[in-house]
Design a protein around this ligand. Structure first.
Ligand code: NAP
Length: 481
């Protein structure tokens, strides 16, 4: 059941939002009556409801706006029940028996700040109070919190809905029914959230097709920190839908690599894309890695095979293929003997530098932190230069493997050093047209953008996940956006 949580200051606005929620496919709407300026309007509102309603007066202590007395609270809840509210929400800390007629009762507990230590103990206490559903919504700040909340949902099953507020809790909001919960809360649209981390109803229905997630659904995801910029969920969910596969791809933020295996197994993930900043740190946690991964020391894909988690790298071949093709287009020959400047020494820079050296390129590394450039050049047996000298080496290929360009207009390469016969590659793909690429294009250099690279490496990843490529039609559609 998807419950769209609504906030408005008057009945008119609530009613138009309720109609929108109904059209969007909501099963239930939550009227956050604590936002209502004139609470006498509650009656008219419930009487005109176009779909089932849950009436909530969330207290300030639990993240809402209601500051009234207990008397006021229970008289409003009784009024809502007598007017025909399908559900009413009462916070367990304020609970006392009240007359709720045919309305079902949600007994709730919210901690908008943290994941409290006493989760299970409080849940046990809440079970002593008669209710139709227990709702526990706590703020999660990392994978460890998320795992605790997830475990509680698995234990509680359909008697409760457990919500992990914040970006770390997204998977729980999507997989709620598979994990045993009856209800998930959504916003009407982006920007209209009533709690942090809520997804919009259209994301839940269109992107994640939550209504058809079941125990057979194969789960995949992108693991990293941050993952909000990743376009992999959008791409892979389109692939699964296009191929009529019962599979979903999720965003899974991971702050500490030590929780990787626990998260993967708690969510029963079949495959993951590994992104910033874990591409190097997770190599050690896998059961098996491809020989190329052992050589370069970077993993960006992991797949479950007969209970073992196996690692691969698709960034390296994806980038090398794109750069090689650009070289053939521009120079009519490949990369052998070409002078390559790789900017960055993180996961993607390491994988690309390794691949380009294998291709015969003469690689030099420049990285903001000199120590990391030194370490990478010593591992790969190539040259390095201080970051400040990156404009002085006159390369034939320039690769941006840093994060510069993801925010703001900054470029990692000096504008006055571009040359027309260069090949220029950017790993950054949000935004697609970075200042780095725009300036290189202006002088006529051959450019490879991050979206083309993303699609190549995702295509190789898709082969590891599904044993087949991304359908060409989808690749073209994605490329043109
Ligand atoms: P990472 O391991 O965290 O490495 C980040 C790199 O960026 C480091 O070399 C870091 O230098 C450098 N850096 C960060 N901020 C900088 C700044 N202000 N000035 C100069 N250098 C800076 O990340 P990653 O996984 O390699 O990813 C790097 C980029 O590639 C990200 O934008 C990511 O989205 C993109 N990427 C795209 C694709 C795709 O499919 N298109 C695939 C993979 C990655 P320090 O060592 O000094 O911190």
């Amino acid at each position: 059941m998807i419950c769209v949580s609504l906030r408005a200051e008057n009945a008119q606005d609530f009613l138009s939002q309720m109609e929108m929620a109904r059209k969007s496919g909501a099963d239930l709407v939550e009227i956050r009556a604590d936002y209502l300026r004139n609470r006498d309007e509650l009656l008219t509102l419930i009487e005109a409801k176009p779909l089932p309603v849950l009436v909530t007066l969330r207290s300030v202590e639990e993240g809402g706006q209601f500051e009234g007395t207990e008397e006021e609270l229970f008289s409003l809840l009784e009024l809502a029940a007598s007017a025909g509210a399908d559900w009413v929400d009462v916070e367990w800390r304020r609970y006392r028996p009240f007359s709720h007629g045919q309305s079902r009762v949600i007994l709730s507990w919210h901690d908008p700040e943290k994941t409290p230590e006493d989760l299970s103990k409080t849940y046990e206490q809440m079970q002593q109070i008669p209710s139709d559903l227990i709702k526990i919504a706590v703020r999660v700040h990392g994978a460890e919190d998320f795992l605790r909340v997830l475990a509680l949902q698995k234990e509680a099953q359909e008697t409760s809905t457990v919500i992990a507020m914040g970006e770390y809790g997204e998977a729980l909001r999507i997989l709620y029914s598979r994990l045993g919960s009856k209800m998930t809360f959504a916003s009407l649209e982006k920007g209209a959230e009533t709690a942090v981390g809520q997804l919009s109803i259209s994301e839940l229905i269109k992107e994640y097709r939550v209504g058809t997630i079941d125990s057979e659904t194969q789960l995949y995801g992108v693991v990293g920190n941050p993952v909000s910029h990743s376009r992999s969920p959008e791409l892979f969910n389109q692939v699964f839908s296009h191929l009529h596969l019962n599979a979903r791809y999720l965003r899974i933020p991971l702050d500490k690599p030590e929780f990787f295996r626990e998260v993967v197994s708690a969510l029963d993930l079949q495959g993951v894309s590994i992104t910033i900043p874990h591409k190097e740190s997770l190599v050690e946690t896998l059961d098996e890695v491809d020989p190329e991964v052992s050589q370069m020391g970077v993993v960006n894909t992991a797949v479950a095979k007969e209970g073992r988690f196996c690692g691969y790298n698709t960034d390296s071949p994806g980038a090398v293929e794109s750069i090689r093709e650009a070289a053939v287009r521009r120079w009519s020959h490949g990369l052998y003997g070409m002078k390559v400047l790789v900017l960055g020494a993180g996961g993607v820079a390491r994988a690309i530098a390794w691949g380009l050296m294998k291709e015969g390129g003469r690689v030099t590394i420049a990285n903001r932190t000199l120590e990391r450039a030194k370490e990478l050049s010593s591992d790969l047996r190539c040259d390095y230069i201080p970051w400040e000298q990156r404009g002085d080496v006159f390369p034939q290929v320039v690769v941006n493997g840093t994060r510069v360009g993801m925010e703001g207009e900054e470029s990692p390469f000096p504008k006055d050093r571009w040359k027309e016969d260069m090949i220029v590659f950017d790993a950054v793909y949000t935004p697609r047209w970075t200042t780095f690429l725009k300036e290189a294009k202006e002088v006529g250099a051959e450019t490879v953008d991050g979206v083309s690279f993303f699609l190549r490496q995702a295509n190789l990843q898709c082969r590891h996940f599904l044993g087949r490529s991304i359908p060409m039609e989808l690749r073209r559609r994605f490329e043109s956006v």
